[in-house]
Design a protein. Sequence first.
Lengths: 261, 217
Amino acid sequence: MKPISLLHRQSGSTLVIALVTLTALALIGATLLDTVGPRYNATQKAIGWSEALYAADAGADYALANCRLSLSSGAWTGWKKYNSGTGTWVTVTSMADATAQLAAGNKIIYDLPSGSHLSGSGEGTTDLWFHVEVDAPASFFINSNQWYRIRSTGYAGLAGLARANSDGPGGQSASNVLRKYDLKTDHFIMRYGDYANAAGTRVAVAPQATRRIEVIVKPNTPFSLAFLAQVPQFERVDLATMRVCGVFQWIFGTTFSMILE
Amino acid sequence: MRFATFFRSDEGGSSLVELMVSAAVATLILGGLITSGVALKNTYNACDEYYNGMSDQMRVLDNIALDMRRAISGNVSNTAQTLTLTLPNYLDTSGTNPTPRTPAISTSGVVSYGSGNPTVVYTLAGTSPNQTITRTYTPTTGAASTTTLTAATEDYAFTCVNPANTGSTANFSFGGSGQPSSVKITMTFKPRFNRLTLSSTRTATSASITPVLRNHL
């Protein structure tokens, strides 16, 4: 009787075991990515939402600086006014033009040019910009002094897919709760309208976080200050940098700051 | 006889001792696999719960920071575990779409939006170990609405103190003349997955913010 060879039974399992092992590892890896990915996405978008407020503050600061500059020269460069004849927003021709628009109760606006966006590296958003509007309603003429209203909207570009994870408690998708990411449309325009669109208008956007603040700007007249002062351009109001001069000079400051969202 | 011996030696190897040894090894391997699988699952759940706790924590602190920055004034009751904020009546919600109001400015320079002021109250609700944090918004007209900001699994808690006197948990008001212009808010949660139930498990999750009221007097 011929002996039975066991050699062939000891081969052929390696490939199967390798495939099973690889499948198991792939499943573990996929589960891990499926878990970590949305959380990373949620955290990054939340950081972007926080940073959008800095952009809105920067816009308000820029407008406030122009209010101050309007007392010397160089203010409102690049700002736009509404041309009712053409129904478009056109660049103001001069500081006097912008000032006349404000005096007439009209709004002037400014969009940070794409080449000047506030950029960052590292975690969170890498692209920040703002849109700011300034006007002076008739009711803002107090004690013979003109007050101004600044509405600044800060934007943070959100990287990644148009998804909002964990914005609601328990990981639910409840974007209306707090951060209101603009994943497909601009929710501010949709809800409140803006200078160019009525409320309810759907304006498609790339994923972004948006914050809006309103600042009421109060003039500080020479009579409310201890001495007359002139503020050098693009410098903060600081007693150390003020110098006594022979002309009446107003220094504008914020008196009320409202964060809409 | 030779013939039979040949086959026995070739097909053997399953003696009782060998069987027991192989069964023991198999049990060890299987036990190890099951134990590591369970440990992996527990770790996954623990990390998931911890992330959810941190996510809720970030949401609550972001909510409070938003409301604090736009608030006019408020008060803290660490006794009742509440933070109450008075907000400007900025939005006119009487129409189809909410509309930002134009403020009235008095001759003395006081800015006010609309009449009356909405309030927001942050409250610690429920009992340990299922404490949650809620936000109740009360408009000047209409019914109040309450939103639960956290999931009920991590036993949340928060304290509010005067940044100038962090050692005291006494109740206080802020935003008014001569009152603090900011509040330090510390929020913690207690992860469900912990072996030793140490008090430090809660302390380790502590996160604080100190937002300033932009419109304080």
